[in-house]
Design a protein around this ligand. Sequence first.
Ligand code: NAG
Ligand code: NAG
Ligand code: NAG
Ligand code: NAG
Ligand code: NAG
Ligand code: NAG
Length: 392
Amino acid sequence: MLHSSLGLLLSLSTAALAAPLSGRYTSAISLANLAQQKVLHDASPIFGEYEQTSAHTSEWMKKYPDSTKLVHMNIPGTHDSSTWNYSDATQSALKHVTDLDGVTVYPPEIYRCQDKPFIDMLNLGIRVFDLRFAFDPTNSTLVFWHGQALQSETATVEDVLFGFYKWLEDHPSEAVLLSFQYEGSTTLHAANDAAVQLSMFNILTSDHAKKYFVQTQGQLGTLGEARGKITLLRRFDLDQLAESYSEQLPGLHFSPSLWTDNDPNIALTYNTEKNLTAYIEDYYGLDSPIGSGAALNIQWKYNATTAHLLKAATQYPNSLFWSFASSNYDADTPPETPEIMALGNGTGYTPRGGVNHLLVPFLKNMTGKRVGIVMFDFFETPNTLVPALLSL
Ligand SMILES: *[C@@H]1O[C@H](CO)[C@@H](O)[C@H](O)[C@H]1NC(C)=O
Ligand SMILES: *[C@@H]1O[C@H](CO)[C@@H](O)[C@H](O)[C@H]1NC(C)=O
Ligand SMILES: *[C@@H]1O[C@H](CO)[C@@H](O)[C@H](O)[C@H]1NC(C)=O
Ligand SMILES: *[C@@H]1O[C@H](CO)[C@@H](O)[C@H](O)[C@H]1NC(C)=O
Ligand SMILES: *[C@@H]1O[C@H](CO)[C@@H](O)[C@H](O)[C@H]1NC(C)=O
Ligand SMILES: *[C@@H]1O[C@H](CO)[C@@H](O)[C@H](O)[C@H]1NC(C)=O
């Protein structure tokens, strides 16, 4: 045991940090580095194995001046980001946990919206992450869920934040925006109670969060102010705690009570004093008749997304636009998974591909126009999608 854990630390130190070992002694590695390796390893079921790579998309924000306002930028994001490793194997490994509570867990393709780890997302240009938290089944730590699907029993919200901190240290030109939302209906007895809210509050006001989160409240500033840091997009309330808690959190507050469900055209005022409104498209449950099939549903979602992107290009130039090109599982007969919606169902059924393929020519045609934040499922396919949004 001792031998293999030392071996692990050594291989992590060379792979993750590329730090040559001086002398024969592992004691040459500082405790700070060992602690960093441990936390990155703990985060890896959600964050992915940390590695340093450079791709032309890993520092795309370098080409914009510090004075650029974030609301004027086109920024790619991923929907339900933590679902990338959710497979039959993950599900059966974690099922015992949720089984205790007697909830039904559906097949993995219903929950899965991504297939690349966070580290790859970051290096491929993704800067906005949609993160869904709730307590683990023992109510002791905050972990990641998509509905009833527990994404990892061990990688906590706090562990994964350290992955982002490390990446930002390595890429100080970049700005990351994290959307945090309380995920309901995880287990039979789960509740968004004071203990959950206090736990999230403590994470977001810890010393590490104060160092790495932009501390401005209620408005988005410039890229220069956001570089090397995380901007919080807070899609949760602290309604079980005293008002003073909420007042201490940084970032923008998108109260779930104002975020109307399944709406292609939300206008959400996140700062009443300054009258700052975000325009959001979050139309995921399509109203198409049962039996419409993949091709028609893909067109339906594409229409809602592009209508909103055109609005972003032509209206409210100084307001935040946030569009979801992603889908949820559609109980059509036969059903469409998020993957079928994003990527299509084979050339025989969806000859033009999925929403992602249809968006490439649309986004190329929008070059030079502001479309805002756009959230994707399976964002890396086709590999021209994110570059089209970034005009790379
Ligand atoms: C992905 O899930 C599988 C199955 O549970 C697991 O063996 C593997 O370690 C996971 N990958 C990471 C990076 O955690
Ligand atoms: C977790 O918290 C919920 C809600 O307060 C409670 O009903 C449940 O019994 C707790 N579970 C455990 C394992 O303590
Ligand atoms: C708030 O801003 C919107 C445009 O974003 C405008 O239509 C509305 O009149 C403003 N309200 C106030 C009270 O200034
Ligand atoms: C997808 O294609 C398969 C055949 O490959 C077909 O059986 C299924 O019905 C299609 N699904 C949808 C949603 O069109
Ligand atoms: C999508 O929009 C196009 C162009 O406006 C229209 O012809 C088509 O009927 C729409 N399709 C769906 C499924 O809404
Ligand atoms: C390109 O965008 C313009 C509006 O900016 C629109 O009128 C035109 O139809 C679009 N062309 C294509 C091929 O999407």
